[in-house]
Ligand binder design. Structure first.
Ligand code: C2E
Ligand code: MG
Ligand code: MG
Ligand code: MG
Length: 280
């Protein structure tokens, strides 16, 4: 297309690309350094049982605490980490750090919670997740039954040949498996029923316009109903309003996370949320 517009444009385009490439390399270098310098952090967002409103789990979400810049959100560096393969290192670190923190909370006498860690498609393709999980659990002493891995539909579909064997292997290690951002990919519930999964996470985009968009309400209600038929628990992501929560409760969604309760927060702040709700 650039070619159609003549030589001038072509030159402009490639200069532009060089700039983008240079910025990417710069960010990659900084990111590599950040990993070495220990500038990554894990934040935790509570997940609540919808009936009781009590915190029953947390999603671990990585942050980059750059000493000069502010806290850098994952969407600014995960894509580059994916492209460069740095995601393997980051993913392994987040998994281990989350298990380590989970063990600390147990040792401090806090009630056991499910801790959910995001796994990127790259980790599926190139990393030995199963061995990584085994190592993280062994080295930290975090119990397998409280670890959950979140995978996206595309992450699963891109790796169809061995995905079934891999999921079975992970399941046999005693951990739980969740589908993240459900509804944004191309897989159908009928297809997913063949996978050994525990949780469907309804993507935030279907929650945002409840109760204003009839279509989204029907989609959310359908995902919940069919998820249950297939034997999954269903969690709603990105719940922000009491109206959304009331709707989800009426439709028998199992759990939720979202700003209505709390954004992702550092470990100490998360422990405060837990202490605030008291122990059973
Ligand atoms: P995700 O796994 O779907 O995580 C949910 C995202 O939605 C988080 O953004 C969270 O802060 C945000 N969120 C939760 N509740 C609300 C809400 O009520 N309102 C709004 N506006 N947003 C809400 P975050 O932390 O920026 O993470 C973005 C994405 O980055 C994640 O999406 C995940 O795909 C990726 N990511 C984060 N940490 C990791 C990681 O350790 N490994 C991998 N592979 N990916 C990660
Ligand atoms: Mg997630
Ligand atoms: Mg999600
Ligand atoms: Mg998402």
């Amino acid at each position: 297309q650039a070619k159609d517009q003549g030589r001038g444009c072509y030159a402009y385009f490639s200069e532009d690309q060089t700039l983008a490439a240079r910025e990417r390399i710069a960010l990659e270098t900084r990111l590599r350094r950040a990993i070495e310098q220990g500038e990554l952090r894990v934040f935790y967002q509570p997940q609540m049982d919808i009936e009781s409103g009590r915190i029953v789990g947390a999603e671990a979400l990585v942050r980059w605490q750059d000493p000069i810049e502010e806290l850098i959100p994952p969407l600014r560096f995960i894509p580059i980490a994916e492209e460069t393969g740095l995601i393997l290192e980051i993913g392994a670190w987040v998994l281990r750090e989350t298990c380590r923190q989970g063990r600390l909370w147990l040792d401090a006498g806090l009630p056991p919670l499910t801790l959910a860690v995001n796994v990127s498609p790259q980790q599926f393709r190139r990393g030995d997740i199963s061995a990584l999980v085994a190592t993280a659990l062994n080295e930290t002493g975090f119990p397998a039954e409280y670890l959950e891995l979140e995978m996206t539909e595309s992450g699963l579909l891109e790796n169809q040949d061995n995905v079934m064997a891999l999921l079975n292997k992970l399941r046999s290690q005693g951990i739980r498996l969740a589908i993240d951002d459900f509804g944004t990919g191309f897989s159908s519930l009928a297809y997913l029923k063949h996978f050994p999964l525990d949780v469907l996470k309804i993507d935030k985009s279907f929650i945002d316009d409840i109760p204003n968009l009839q279509d989204d309400m029907e989609i959310a209600a359908t995902i919940i109903a069919m998820g249950h038929i297939l034997g999954f628990k269903v969690l709603a992501e990105g719940v922000e309003t009491p109206e959304q929560l009331a709707f989800l409760r009426e439709k028998k969604c199992d759990s939720y996370q979202g700003y209505i309760k709390s954004p992702p927060v550092p470990a100490e702040a998360f422990a405060l949320l837990l202490r605030e709700q008291g122990f059973e």
